[in-house]
Design a protein around this ligand. Structure first.
Ligand SMILES: [Zn+2]
Ligand SMILES: [Zn+2]
Length: 145
């Protein structure tokens, strides 16, 4: 599953004329395999053993390239660290108030909200973002013991 997703992503990059370096490939692979919406720093820490010469800036630049060709979405939360999400199908996020973990869940796109917003405000709507907050199962367990 993730193997074919990786191949697909590599294909998208090649089509866009982006050269596939070993680092670039590793960053992409990590993004696809980790379902945790990592920050550039998380990715750097996960791969620094494999690529000692790689810097956080390199990771960040690669993420920017992926973003430009539409492979990842950048999720900003007002703090300095953006998180990166592999673009698959549309999904929503639930975020843990305690540990900050972001988990995907699927729900039919709320198109009606966009249509209504357009009608009410006269805006041309391009997208929306909805996030649910709560406490994740791990953190619930921690407070119970
Ligand atoms: Zn948590
Ligand atoms: Zn996500």
């Amino acid at each position: 599953m993730s193997e074919s997703k990786l191949q697909e992503a590599v294909h998208t990059l090649k089509t866009a004329g982006v050269r596939i370096t070993p680092q670039r490939h590793a960053i992409l692979e990590h993004l696809i395999e980790s379902l945790s919406h990592p920050t550039a720093d998380d990715i750097y820490k996960a791969l620094e053993g494999k690529f000692p010469n790689m810097s956080v800036a390199t990771v960040y630049n690669n993420l920017r390239v992926f973003k430009e060709v539409g492979l990842v979405k950048e999720l900003t939360y007002g703090d300095s660290s953006s998180r990166f999400d592999c673009v698959t199908t549309d999904h929503y996020h639930i975020i843990c108030d305690d540990c900050g973990k972001i988990v995907d869940f699927h729900y039919p796109g709320l198109d009606e909200v966009e249509t209504l917003a357009e009608q009410v405000t006269g805006f041309k709507v391009s997208r929306h973002r909805m996030e649910i907050y709560g406490v994740c199962p791990n953190c619930i367990k921690k407070t119970q013991h």
